[in-house]
Design a protein around this ligand. Structure first.
Ligand code: PEP
Length: 248
């Protein structure tokens, strides 16, 4: 990890969490959950952004959203804009998560439109990229990642940006990429980012948990983790932060 880069442990709660459950989570995090050299963020569902903004801020945990719409306001029923995310206290917004790409058919063009708007409203996108199992097995992982990273073509290298490499076959499945796969793929992602003029942090995501986090976070080119399932319980999330604090 570059010495100027802080390791990020980011929890994506997906469609989970009631108000009471989230307040219990905050309480169980303890007084000072984020060590100095590890950045901690949570992306709760939209309904919990406002109530969690202040409790998370007090604990040094950054707030993020799981998605946003590509317009600022208007007749877009059920959509949430970057203006609303800023108003709710978000720093991050996840864009291009494989569940959005696969279930909602989000294209690279739409993702780029959202990224441009996120930057306009001072949000930092966490751009998710990753290959499906068939793509890995057929040897096209790098081609897939290259195409997904092409959304950054022509984007100024100075914009706030984090990329999360998440092999789709590892998300929520309990299957984790081997350290060799992680190292190799992260090296490719960094190289491709450099070619596009970006030198940003790259996270790994896909079934990260307290049992495998040390090995993953120790891989060269891994600068944190985007965590789904293991971020839902304060004890496993806290363990991940503690592991990152030792390894990073
Ligand atoms: C994710 O949703 O980005 C993710 C990595 O989920 P999980 O940790 O549950 O695989």
């Amino acid at each position: 990890m570059a010495s100027s880069t802080r390791c990020l442990i980011a929890g994506n709660w997906k469609m989970n969490g009631t108000l009471q459950e989230s307040l219990d989570f905050v309480q169980a995090l303890g007084e000072n959950p984020a060590p100095e050299h590890v950045e901690v963020a949570i992306m709760p569902p939209f309904t919990l952004l406002h109530p969690l903004a202040s409790p998370f801020r007090e604990k040094g945990v950054r707030l993020g959203a799981q998605n946003m719409y590509c317009e600022t306001s208007g007749a877009f029923t059920a959509s949430i804009s970057p203006v609303m995310l800023r108003d709710a206290g978000c720093h991050y917004v996840i864009l291009g998560h494989s569940e959005r790409r696969d279930i909602q058919h989000e294209s690279n063009a739409l993702i780029r439109k959202k990224m441009d708007l996120a930057w306009e409203y001072a949000l930092e996108p966490i751009l998710c990229i990753g290959e499906h199992l068939e793509e890995r097995e057929s040897g096209s992982t790098n081609a897939v990642l290259k195409e997904q990273l092409a959304v950054l073509a022509g984007v100024d290298g100075g914009v706030p940006l984090t990329v999360a490499y998440e092999p789709v076959w590892a998300i929520g499945t309990g299957k984790v990429a081997t350290p060799e796969q992680v190292r190799e793929t992260h090296a490719f992602v960094h190289e491709e980012l450099k070619r596009l003029g970006h030198d940003c942090r790259v996270l790994y995501g896909g079934s990260v948990n307290p049992a495998n986090a040390a090995d993953i976070l120790a891989c060269e080119g891994v600068e944190g983790a985007l965590v789904g399932g293991a971020s839902l319980k304060a004890d496993s999330f806290t363990q991940l932060i503690e592991i990152a604090a030792k390894v990073a």
